[in-house]
Design a protein around this ligand. Structure first.
Ligand SMILES: [Zn+2]
Ligand SMILES: [Zn+2]
Length: 228
């Protein structure tokens, strides 16, 4: 048992039953989203962006595993503030189960590209929890995690903005890391923990597409349901 287990005893974040952070009962209570178009928010097959909603360099599809609700919401918040690798592993395991069950068409060897984080989103131990989660998911599904494919640009131009505005204003926030050599034949799944407005992920997709990646989709653990 590590120090963090003592600080944060292993009990369900939902019902407090002992043994793990997310129990088998509470996870089934989390509502799931249907397949929705990333642009208009209406139903679409496999979360694909409708043909009529597509703009140049638009994201091809997006799926969220759960709604940002119940024990998943609590787990995502807990992971941000109290890093516990066991909790990240539990989320990743449940995510892989859901992908195998509901998104089994994702059989390609995907490149999983976590959204590069701002310093603000690193937790107190200096980990990017989203990246750690992506690595575990990719490993279990035989995908390739490419954490450094996108680089966060210097936010110099945004220093005049208030914190909230900066978070809301990710445009031009990323660039491609040309030092990373990957085959553009593989489809890309951009990974993030939460989809709120989708603007960050759409911006990341645009950068990848502009740089020659043909098939770029998104995967998030949870979505809040807002699209614009
Ligand atoms: Zn529980
Ligand atoms: Zn649409």
């Amino acid at each position: 048992m590590g120090l963090l287990d003592l600080l944060y005893p292993r009990q369900c974040l939902g019902c407090k039953s002992p043994g793990c952070y997310i129990c088998k009962y509470c996870i089934t209570e989390v509502s799931k989203t249907g397949f929705l178009c990333s642009v208009c928010g209406r139903a679409s097959r496999e979360g694909k962006t409708h043909y009529k909603c597509k703009t140049p360099h638009a994201i091809d599809s997006h799926i969220a595993i759960w709604n940002y609700d119940g024990v998943i919401r609590k787990a995502i918040i807990a992971v941000k503030y109290k890093f516990a690798s066991a909790l990240i592993e539990e989320i990743a395991n449940y995510a892989v189960n859901e992908i195998n069950k509901r998104f089994s068409y994702l059989t390609n060897p995907y490149l999983l590209v976590p959204i590069p984080t701002t310093r603000l989103r690193y937790n107190w131990r200096g980990f990017n929890q989203s990246e750690e989660m992506a690595k575990l998911i990719a490993k279990k599904l035989n995908w390739k995690c490419v954490p450094d494919l996108l680089i966060k640009k210097s936010t110099k131009a945004q220093t005049g903005l208030k914190l909230k505005e900066r978070v809301k204003n990710p445009r031009g926030a990323f660039r491609l890391n040309k030092k990373v050599v990957v085959s553009q034949d593989f489809p890309v799944l951009i990974f993030d923990d939460v989809w709120t407005t989708g603007s960050t992920m759409k911006e990341a997709a645009k950068v990848l597409k502009r740089n020659g990646f043909g098939n770029v989709s998104g995967l998030t653990i949870a979505q809040t349901g807002r699209y614009h």
